[in-house]
Design a binder for this molecule. Structure first.
Ligand SMILES: NC(=O)c1ccc[n+]([C@@H]2O[C@H](COP(=O)([O-])OP(=O)(O)OC[C@H]3O[C@@H](n4cnc5c(N)ncnc54)[C@H](O)[C@@H]3O)[C@@H](O)[C@H]2O)c1
Length: 270
């Protein structure tokens, strides 16, 4: 479906690593809806070069930036405004990484250097992005900034490990920064809490296959796909959602409001 919802809008999209990435689908959909944007990822993530294919397909430039480096972010934001020919209307923060998860450290046996690294990459980077755009006065009024999150910020999913804490912090930053950005510049800030989705980051979580099946059966509509998440992001970047801000928005087929489903009850019948 294309109806030019983002015609004339300029954006920055963080986190497209490969075709599975949610940010990849968002970029494809934003392109279809008439937006122009810059793609960015950590320098190390660009080694495989897959992002260049996406850039070609969407007519975008790629700028490498480590989202934990304010210097990189300043360069990214200033260059993006030059390339796109004006201030920015939308930003997608689609970044997550836990070193404790990668190294297989249990939640009760964290290496705190790893914890701090994961927190910086997954949550504090969101603050850094917004502080940078605010200082550079890079956002247009009624601009929209979205970060992707997961329901482990509200409820315990043991194998999600310290990413749960990172997501809580991320969602809190969206509320707090959203207040200041709204007052100062009428910029809105939200998080979208997405269903489990088979991507590089997602499949790093232990037992992910079983988990995705469980969640599918616990959601009346089933798990939301990455493509549907992209559509939701487009609606949040569009002018149709101008008064939505400081929210954590569940995009999960009803999972977050469901206590139990018939499909799950059936599994416990004698
Ligand atoms: N996959 C899921 O099940 C799921 C569910 C809910 C929310 N999310 C969230 O969606 C977002 C995108 O994840 P995904 O599932 O598409 O996986 P992904 O692995 O494709 O994307 C994660 C991205 O983060 C980038 N990144 C890591 N460190 C970085 C740094 N220092 N600077 C800049 N970028 C960096 C990676 O290069 C990668 O592109 C994450 O925030 C994730 O937590 C994912």
């Amino acid at each position: 479906m294309t109806n030019n919802l983002l015609a004339g809008k300029r954006g920055i999209i963080f986190g497209a690593l490969n075709e599975q990435s949610i940010a990849w689908k968002v970029a494809e959909q934003c392109h279809k809806q008439g937006a122009i944007f810059v793609l960015t990822n950590a320098p190390i993530a660009m080694r495989m070069g897959e992002i260049n294919g996406l850039a070609e397909k969407t007519g975008s430039k790629v700028i490498a930036a480590d989202a934990t480096s304010v210097e990189d972010l300043e360069k990214l934001v200033s260059e993006s405004m030059e390339i796109l020919g004006g201030k920015i209307d939308f930003i997608l923060h689609s970044i997550g990484m836990s070193v404790n998860v990668r190294k297989g450290n249990h939640y009760t046996n964290e290496n705190y250097d790893y914890t701090m690294k994961g927190l910086d990459v997954s949550a504090l980077s969101f603050h850094k992005v917004m502080q940078t755009t605010m200082k550079l006065d890079a956002m247009n009024e009624w601009g929209s900034i979205v970060a992707l999150t997961y329901i482990a910020a509200q409820r315990v999913f043991p194998d999600y490990n310290d990413m749960a804490d990172n997501k809580s912090y991320l969602e809190s930053i969206a509320r707090s920064f959203g207040y200041h950005y709204g007052l100062e510049k009428k910029v809105r800030v939200n998080t979208i809490s997405q269903s489990p989705t088979m991507t590089t980051a997602g499949s790093g979580v232990k037992g992910f296959n079983e988990f995705i099946n469980f969640s599918e059966q616990m959601s009346p509509l089933g798990n939301a796909t990455a493509e549907d998440c992209a559509n939701y992001c487009v609606s949040m970047f569009s002018d149709l959602t101008r008064y939505v801000t400081m929210q954590n928005l569940f995009h999960d087929g009803g999972y977050s409001s469901t206590g139990v489903t018939q499909a799950v009850i059936e599994k416990f019948k004698d």
